[in-house]
Design a protein around this ligand. Structure first.
Ligand SMILES: C[S@@+](CC[C@H](N)C(=O)[O-])C[C@H]1O[C@@H](n2cnc3c(N)ncnc32)[C@H](O)[C@@H]1O
Length: 298
């Protein structure tokens, strides 16, 4: 196939869940390939992965992160679990595999179409989750929402309203939530009051999904446990490495004093040299080769 045409075909197949496998020498799909491609063939249109990333912050959770979420969420068979921004089901399908009863919301109809093909998931609704009225019906919420302009904070706050009193929310969030102002600061207060916890994920945790953004897992109980330990927010590593924007004023003053002393010594040396030169007979001053320069006296 012509490389440019191949690239376009690949984009379409990836947009509906296909991934090229070198071993299989084929695009593999999490469900029936014909089913996945049918809506594209019927509508003649597709939203590519690149467009989904830019418009809807579609960054599927890689398996290692999913495993960490599942460890923290401690899901038992039969638990009712909500995934409120489910993408193509990286988290939802893994939760359902543990025997939980999973409901999903997803704004993007293409992604929701992929989720519909996962038979172990109870319901998939195409909706803007932020407009769905909260009902406290779930034992767990496990989620990785969009991050732009602190959207993760809005999504997680709204999702907390879906927990039963003994429920637990486990979310992937931007690492910036640990230090940002505004809604993030308010959110940190809420997490601290509830006895929640935060854990930084490795730097390249989402590299496979096409982003280097720093992420953390935040765990928030519906009700503060009696034995809750204080919340410890991950340190902003980049900030530690940064040079301070303004130096210490005392250090600046010391530097100015040292520079002035150096300049004074230089001027004194010039003055002395001039004095010596003017005290000599006139012909000696105009002697060729006698030059006075700042380099010599400084
Ligand atoms: C970072 S991706 C994660 C997808 C999935 N949770 C996962 O872990 O693989 C965020 C997802 O949220 C969806 N999304 C964005 N805004 C949404 C909204 N207001 N309501 C529901 N889903 C939304 C996007 O379409 C995208 O699939």
């Amino acid at each position: 196939m012509d490389p440019k045409l191949y690239q376009r075909v690949n984009e379409v197949l990836e947009a509906v869940g296909g991934r090229w496998s070198r071993t299989a020498e084929a695009h593999l799909f999490p469900m029936g390939a014909a089913e996945a491609i049918a809506p594209v063939l019927a509508g003649g249109q597709v939203v590519t992965l690149r467009e989904k990333r830019n418009q809807a912050q579609y960054f599927p959770t890689p398996p290692a992160v999913v495993n960490r979420l599942l460890e923290i969420a401690a899901i038992n068979p039969g638990m009712e679990v909500l995934e409120p921004s489910a993408g193509s089901g990286a988290i939802a399908a893994a939760v359902a595999d543990l025997g939980a009863v999973v409901d999903c919301f997803e704004q993007d109809p293409g992604c929701a179409g992929l989720l519909d093909g996962v038979s172990t998931i109870r319901t998939v609704r195409v909706a803007d989750f932020l407009t769905v009225p909260a009902t406290p019906a779930y034992d767990r919420v496990v989620m990785n929402p969009p991050f732009t302009r602190q959207a993760d904070v809005a999504h997680v706050r709204h999702a907390l309203g879906f927990l039963r009193p003994e429920g637990l929310l486990v979310a992937v969030m931007s690492g910036a939530v640990a230090y940002q102002n505004g809604p993030a600061a308010e959110f940190r207060k809420l997490v601290e009051e509830r006895g929640g916890q935060a854990e930084m994920l490795p730097e390249k945790a989402f590299a496979a999904s096409g982003t280097g953004v720093r992420t953390m897992v935040v765990t928030v109980p519906a009700t503060r446990p009696a034995d809750a330990s204080p919340t410890v927010w991950p340190i902003r590593e980049a900030e530690q490495a940064d040079e301070p924007e303004f130096a210490d004023p005392a250090q600046i003053a010391r530097q100015i004093v040292a520079d002035l002393r150096k300049a004074t010594r230089a001027f004194e040396a010039v003055a002395k040299a001039l004095e010596q030169a003017t005290s000599k007979p006139a012909e000696a001053v105009s002697e060729p080769g006698v030059q006075l320069g700042f380099d010599e006296v400084a």
